[in-house]
Write a protein that binds this ligand. Structure first.
Ligand code: A3P
Length: 286
């Protein structure tokens, strides 16, 4: 049937063997493909996705690298959809779809790029993303142990060798596309969501063609998706998002500028320098 995943061709296995491979966080092998680093399962599924996935005009895609506010954006977008639509029948294959991806723009299927579907991309201050990532992988792979040396995390991040990295290229691709196609891609920053939640959430709602009726609705959505509330839900204290990723690892401090507690002035200068070349050069300040 249409729903069963297509088999993965043998040559994908072969392709994987030929790709550059690095072990990160002393735990996981990632592969370099199309200029980015992926867990192996993603290389396989993306190849299939590119050739088989048919986007629909009313699809909504949420996109991000890791640790930039994905979970918050997912909660907000889901909440926004609930506000406007009758309850979704998940067995109805024609029901509107809200999907998320960590994939870089370059490997998205043409069907996503060329349909009238919309993409909301979220990113975050570079240094806070790095620290959030380091804390996340510490909690996954070093529970009850000393954290990874921060220098090591810093080097992986700066050289772009981490899941869905390089961060810089991932962000710049979506940034440039959003400049070209503002009706297609909405580019959000975590810090702006923090400093002006009402304004930014209203912006998402309008972009998706579902403007709020009044301010009470905005308040309700923001409350429902607040870090404090989500963190304390039983499902997020004990459930797992993936086999090896507990929900609770997704909710930490949610603060702007936490990097100041961890990075040395030398590290700060080094990463600022990379941002100047790789982001600010394109008019993007994070
Ligand atoms: P910190 O590690 O700085 O606390 P992602 O969802 O892409 O993995 O990003 C994780 C970051 O978003 C974490 O940042 C996490 O605490 C924060 N976060 C998760 N849910 C949030 C929410 N509802 N509101 C604000 N921040 C949230």
């Amino acid at each position: 049937s249409n729903l069963s995943p297509p088999p993965i061709p043998d040559d994908v296995e072969k392709l994987l063997n030929d790709l550059p491979k690095v072990r990160v966080w002393d735990a996981k092998d990632i592969y370099q493909w199309e200029g980015f680093w992926f867990p192996p399962a993603f290389v396989k599924s993306t190849i299939t996705l590119r050739s088989r996935f048919q986007a629909r005009d009313d699809d909504i895609f949420l996109a991000s690298t890791i640790k930039t506010g994905t979970t918050w954006l997912k909660a907000l977008s889901h909440s926004l959809s609930l506000h406007h639509a009758p309850p979704v029948d998940i067995y109805d294959a024609s029901a509107p779809r809200l999907l998320h991806t960590h994939l870089p723009y370059v490997v998205l299927s043409n069907s996503i790029k060329n349909s009238a579907s919309k993409i909301v991309y979220i990113t975050r201050n570079t240094k806070d993303t790095l620290i959030s990532m380091w804390q996340f992988f510490n909690s996954l792979y070093r529970p009850n142990q000393d954290p990874f040396p921060i220098e090591k995390a810093f080097d992986w991040f700066c050289s772009g060798v981490h899941q869905f990295g390089p961060f810089f290229e991932h962000v710049v691709e979506y940034w440039q596309e959003s400049q070209k196609w503002p009706q297609k891609i909405l580019f959000m920053k975590y810090e702006e969501l923090k400093s002006d939640p009402k304004g930014q959430v209203s912006k998402i709602a309008e972009f998706l063609g579902r403007p709020f009726a009044d301010e009470n609705e905005v308040d309700a959505v923001l409350w429902r998706c607040s870090l404090g509330r989500l963190k304390n839900l039983e499902v997020n204290k004990s459930g797992n998002i993936l086999n090896d990723v507990p929900n609770k690892s997704l909710f930490r401090k949610g603060e702007v500028g936490d990097w100041k507690n961890y990075l040395t002035p030398e590290m700060e200068e080094q990463i600022n320098q990379i941002c100047r070349i790789k982001l600010e050069h394109f008019g993007l300040f994070l």
